[in-house]
Write a protein that binds this ligand. Structure first.
Ligand code: PLP
Length: 395
C-alpha cells in the first residue's frame, strides 16, 4: 500500500534579492564566445599584457619563503604604507595606513563590502549609467535601491550635477561614482567633480568612488581622486586596485580607503567574509607600487595608441564614437544600423567573427551602443576593424 506523499514545497529556494538580479549580460555573451574559434574579442575587460616580471618574481619569492599564511585583516602594513605614499604622491590625499586603508580581494570586494557596510534595506544609492555591471547588484544584494541617472555621449557621458541633485531624496544614503568609466571611457571634468562635492556636502551624503582606472587616462585629461577635493576625504569611500594599471587581474588585489569610522565598518564585513586578501598578491603589489612605474607608463602609452586607432576606425566605418578619455573601452553608437545593441553584438559575433559587448548590459542608456575593449593587441584591433566594416556594409 503506497502512502501519499505531501506535495513538494513550492517556496523558491533562493532569496528574492538573488532571484531578482538578472545574470550578467556579459557572462552569457562570453560563454557563447568561448565555443567559437577564429573570433577576435574586443569583449574582455582586462589587460592583454601579462604582469610585469619583477612583480611575478616577488610573488614567487613570497611563496618560496614560506609566506603562505593569513595577514592582518587590513592587509600587510608594508603594502598599506606603500599605497598611502602612492596616493599622496599621485593625488595629494593622505591616508593613515593603520586606520584608513584596507586591502581587499580586488576592487570587486571593496564595492560589495562598502555597500554592505553603508546600506540599510530601502536606502537609495544614486548611480550614473551606463556603468560597470557589478554596481547595481552590489546595491540590491544589500537591500538597497539604485536610483539611476542616465548619461549620454552628447554630454561626454558625464554625470549632470543638476540631475544628481534632483534625484536625492530623504532615503538617499550615498552617491556612487565610477570614473574613469567602464564602459564609456568618460572622465569627469574638474568643475563637475567640484559641483558633485558641493551636493554631497549640502545633503550630507557619503560618496563611494570606484577609481580602479585612475592610472589609465589619456591626452590632457587628468585623474583627480574624489577624496582629494576640499572637505571630501571625510565623506568618501575610495576604492581602487592593481588589476588594470599593473595587469594583475588574476592576482585579485585591490583596496578601500575611508575615514576611520567608515573603514571600521567595511573591515568588519571584510574580516568575516574574506579574512585577508591573498598574501602572495599583497607582497607582489608592494613591488608593483615601488618598482613598476615604467611598466605602467609603457602599457598606458600602448593603450593610447590603440585607442586612437580604434576610435578613428569606428568613426570612419560610420559608428560614431565618443573619444574615450580613460579606462580601455570605446563605446560606439550603433543606432544608424537599425539594430538593438544585443542584435548587433550577436550578429557581429556570428557573421563578422568579432566580439563586442551590448551596451544594454551596462544600463538602459547603454542601448544603442556596444562596448569595444582596446586591451587587445594592436594588430587584432586592426583586423577587427576590417571585419566590422565588412559586417556593417552587409546591413
Ligand atoms: C569599473 C570597475 N570596477 C571594478 C572592477 C573589478 O576589478 P577587480 O579586478 O579589482 O576586482 C572592474 C573590472 O572590470 C571594473 O571595470
Amino acid at each position: 500500500m503506497s502512502i501519499e506523499q505531501p506535495p513538494a514545497p513550492t517556496r523558491p529556494r533562493l532569496s528574492r534579492r538573488v532571484r531578482e538580479v538578472p545574470p550578467s549580460g556579459i557572462r552569457r555573451f562570453f560563454d557563447v564566445l568561448a565555443t567559437m574559434p577564429d573570433v577576435i574579442s574586443l569583449g574582455i575587460g582586462e589587460p592583454d599584457f601579462t604582469t610585469p616580471p619583477q612583480i611575478v618574481e616577488e610573488g614567487v619569492r613570497s611563496l618560496r619563503s614560506g609566506r603562505t599564511h593569513y595577514t592582518s585583516n587590513h592587509g600587510t602594513l608594508e603594502l598599506r604604507r606603500a599605497l598611502s605614499k602612492m596616493l599622496e604622491r599621485l593625488y595629494g590625499v593622505s591616508y593613515d595606513p593603520e586606520r584608513e586603508i584596507c586591502i581587499t580581494v580586488g576592487a570587486s570586494e571593496a564595492v560589495g563590502a562598502a555597500m554592505t557596510a553603508l546600506i540599510d534595506p530601502g536606502d537609495e544609492v544614486v548611480l550614473h549609467e551606463p556603468s560597470y555591471v557589478a554596481y547595481i547588484p552590489a546595491i540590491t544584494f544589500n537591500g538597497g535601491v539604485p536610483v539611476l541617472i542616465s548619461t549620454v555621449a552628447a554630454d561626454s557621458f558625464a554625470l549632470d550635477p543638476a540631475e544628481l541633485e534632483a534625484a536625492i531624496t530623504p532615503r538617499t544614503r550615498a552617491i556612487f561614482l565610477g570614473y574613469p568609466c567602464n564602459p564609456t571611457g568618460a572622465v569627469l571634468p574638474p568643475v563637475t567633480l567640484r559641483a558633485i562635492a558641493e551636493i554631497a556636502e549640502r545633503h550630507d551624503l557619503v560618496v563611494v568612488s570606484d577609481e580602479i582606472y585612475d592610472r589609465l587616462v589619456y591626452g590632457d585629461h587628468r585623474h583627480e581622486a574624489f577624496s582629494a577635493l576640499p572637505g571630501m576625504k571625510e565623506r568618501t569611500v575610495l576604492m581602487g586596485g592593481f588589476s588594470k594599471a599593473y595587469a594583475m587581474t588574476g592576482w585579485r588585489i585591490g583596496y578601500v580607503c575611508a575615514p576611520p569610522d567608515l573603514l571600521e565598518g567595511i573591515v568588519k564585513v571584510h574580516q568575516y567574509q574574506i579574512m585577508s586578501a591573498p598574501t602572495t598578491a599583497q607582497d607582489a603589489a608592494v613591488v608593483a607600487i615601488q618598482g613598476a612605474e615604467q611598466d605602467v607608463l609603457r602599457m598606458v602609452a600602448e593603450y593610447d595608441r590603440r585607442r586612437r586607432m580604434l576610435v578613428a576606425g569606428l568613426n570612419r566605418i560610420g559608428l560614431p564614437t565618443f573619444e574615450p578619455r580613460g579606462a580601455f573601452y570605446a563605446f560606439p553608437s550603433i543606432i544608424a544600423t537599425g539594430l538593438t545593441s544585443e542584435q548587433f553584438s550577436e550578429r557581429l559575433l556570428y557573421e563578422g567573427k568579432v566580439a563586442m559587448v551590448p551596451g544594454s548590459a551596462f544600463g538602459p542608456s547603454g542601448e544603442g551602443h556596444v562596448r569595444a575593449s582596446y586591451a587587445t593587441a594592436f594588430e587584432d584591433i586592426e583586423e577587427a576593424l576590417v571585419r566590422i566594416e565588412r559586417f556593417v556594409a552587409t546591413l
